[in-house]
Design a protein around this ligand. Structure first.
Ligand SMILES: Nc1ncnc2c1ncn2[C@@H]1O[C@H](COP(=O)(O)OP(=O)(O)OP(=O)(O)O)[C@@H](O)[C@H]1O
Length: 229
């Protein structure tokens, strides 16, 4: 069986900035991510990292080229198919965690399960508790986000991203808003997830100390991959 999770082939993205102007910001990206990948996506501001991440997350569509997820071409899919595939295969962690303030940590982790399965059953609750334990927050599961530190909130966001058991976790500057100690801890958690949950990780980071600890670095400059080590 192939180890490939995602493959990007000759992928281009242009933005329409008012007729007749179109600006191409990704110029033909070829890239394969495999099951055991732990990858940093780096590059200067404006190089196209978020644009690429949004396309990889099936949140946006390329202008041309193809994205294969588990070998399945995605360009001809309709919105519903894309949403379902995203929910099954991908998890997201953002710089600002977007937790729901009115919900406890446990209910935040349950959110994606409720979206997919409706009212959470005992099995879903057990799974959410186990995920909070995996990120070291078993004792704080009843707290609301504003009763947690920034690093703890990001841990809740990571547990939430894992709720649907994704094959690939996409993280956009997940430590960008944290002090350096919390950033190291959250980074270590991504490592643990990749090895213990069989979940490939791709994270955008501006922090060279973190990208140096990844197995692979994809360097994006002006919408092109200049080296993928
Ligand atoms: N919706 C949009 N419409 C037009 N241009 C856009 C749009 N979104 C992004 N761009 C442009 O595309 C280019 C790439 O932006 P992108 O946000 O992907 O870069 P980035 O590498 O993530 O930057 P940063 O590190 O600052 O977050 C930039 O020149 C940006 O101005």
């Amino acid at each position: 069986m192939s180890n490939e999770i995602m493959r990007l082939k000759a992928l281009k993205k242009s933005y329409n900035i008012g007729m007749p102007n179109e600006v191409e910001v990704l110029h033909g990206i070829n890239l394969t991510l495999s099951v055991d990948d732990f990858t940093a996506l780096v590059g200067p501001s404006g190089s196209g990292k978020s644009t690429l991440l949004n396309i990889m997350g099936l949140l946006d569509q390329p202008t041309s080229g193809e994205l294969y997820l588990h070998g399945q071409a995605t360009s001809a899919m309709d919105d519903l198919e894309r949403t379902q595939l995203r929910g099954r295969a991908l998890g997201f962690v953002f710089q600002f965690h977007h937790l729901i303030q009115a919900f406890s940590a446990l209910d935040n982790v349950l959110m994606p399960l409720m979206l997919h399965q409706g009212k959470p059953d005992n099995e879903a609750r057990d799974r959410a508790r186990a995920l909070l334990a995996a990120v070291g927050l078993e004792k704080l599961s009843d707290r609301r986000p504003n009763q947690l530190s920034g690093g703890q909130q990001q841990r809740v966001a990571i547990a939430r991203a894992l709720a649907t058991n994704p094959a690939l976790l996409l993280a956009d500057e997940p430590t960008g808003n944290l002090d350096s100690k919390s950033a190291e801890e959250v980074f270590a958690l991504f490592r643990k997830i990749q090895s213990e949950h069989d979940c490939a990780v791709l994270l955008v980071t501006h922090d060279p100390r973190l990208s140096a600890q990844c197995d692979r670095t994809i360097n994006l400059v002006d919408g092109r991959i200049v080296d993928a080590l």
